[in-house]
Design a protein around this ligand. Structure first.
Ligand SMILES: Cc1cc2nc3c(=O)[nH]c(=O)nc-3n(C[C@H](O)[C@H](O)[C@H](O)COP(=O)(O)O)c2cc1C
Length: 327
């Protein structure tokens, strides 16, 4: 039974990817994921601001000491205390110690000079880079949809100029026209799209009468939003698709693959059930494939989205009266 999957040009042993979170921020967890058979892992994101700050510090020092023969050593020392070097070091160590592909991640919102950092990620050995650019919500009325799409595709173009490793974009669900936004990202060079990022959602505590939120973990029903859009987008765009948010079980993995996902990303379920859950999902996926007579994941990927009769149903947004259980 062949679970192996090609994602972003990388050979994955199966379509299960650990999504970006602090779970990937130590080697012990990365080794455990590898041993439990995950297909690939996405590192917790560095933030554009972190990268930019450290680069600016380097530049300031460089201005003062650029003529100094030890300048390069000095720059190394300065950055050694910060976030970037440990991040790069962890990529290097992971590449030596684990067999699964390692995908770096950057949370970003502009095509600034930080994009040069993509080359360092490549040099550290990352197999791919995921850009979380779901940070644009139009809070000002002059921020229109096309401006947001332009900023996002400019980021992809700038990053692609700096690196030759594959780049995926983790999108949010809020667009005036997701199809146009997705197409612009792939036109700009995105090799894959991750649908969707799960936003922090503010909530109100009525005891304290204050704003806050402890809603960090997803619920399984949240998966339906990406299922719809992967079903709609996968027949239209040639890039890879990673389904993310609300995938807690092997059934949901299968549904996303049937809708056209190349891989599925999991986070909350690993927090709740631990890495031991990975082989269970894979075993149940194999069991379902055996029962249905599929020898490989490629045989059934996208068959629901590609079916001309069922695919329009992904677009349906109104309940049809005679079908509702509330009648
Ligand atoms: C504690 C925590 C930290 C996260 N950190 C990141 C991050 O650094 N970068 C990122 O792109 N997504 C981050 N995410 C989002 C997850 O990668 C994922 O998209 C989201 O949790 C939805 O997937 P799930 O339903 O499987 O949890 C984080 C999620 C959690 C719960």
């Amino acid at each position: 039974m062949k679970l192996s999957t090609r994602y972003l040009g990388l050979e994955l042993r199966n379509p299960l990817v650990m999504s970006a979170s602090p779970l990937s921020s130590n080697m012990e967890n990365l080794r455990a994921c590898d041993e439990h058979g995950i297909g690939a892992v996405v590192f917790q994101s560095l933030f554009e601001e972190q990268i930019q700050n450290e680069m600016d510090m380097m530049l300031d020092k460089d201005d003062m000491y650029f003529w100094y023969p030890e300048a390069a050593e000095l720059v190394k020392e300065i950055t050694g205390d910060q976030m970037i070097r440990p991040y790069l070091k962890r990529i290097e160590t992971a590449k030596k110690e684990v067999s699964m592909p390692v995908i770096a991640s950057i949370n970003c919102h502009s095509a600034g000079s930080w994009t040069a950092f993509a080359k360092q990620i490549e040099d550290a050995g990352a197999d791919a880079l995921e850009l979380n650019i779901a940070t644009h919500l139009p809070y000002e009325d002059e921020m229109d949809d096309r401006t947001i799409e332009q900023i996002q595709s400019d980021i992809v173009r700038a990053v692609k100029k700096q690196t030759s490793i594959p780049v995926a974009v983790k999108m949010g669900p809020y667009y005036t026209n997701i199809i146009r936004a997705a197409r612009k990202l792939t036109d700009a060079g995105a090799d894959g799209l991750v649908l969707f990022n799960r936003f922090y959602q503010p909530d109100i505590d009525i005891e304290k009468i204050a704003l806050g939120s402890d809603n960090y973990m997803s619920a399984p029903e949240e998966m339906l939003q990406s299922l719809r859009w992967i079903g709609i987008l996968s027949p239209q765009l040639t890039c890879d698709f990673a389904a993310s948010t609300g995938i807690h079980s092997y059934e949901q993995v299968i549904k996303q693959l049937l809708a056209g996902a190349t891989v599925t990303q999991i986070c909350t379920t690993l927090y709740k059930r631990g890495f031991d859950y990975i082989p269970w999902i894979l075993e149940d996926l194999r069991g379902w494939m055996k029962e249905k007579g599929y020898a490989s994941v490629d045989e059934f990927r996208g068959i629901i989205a590609d079916d001309r009769l069922s695919s329009p149903k992904f677009e349906q947004i109104q309940f049809i009266r005679k079908n509702t259980v509330l009648d």
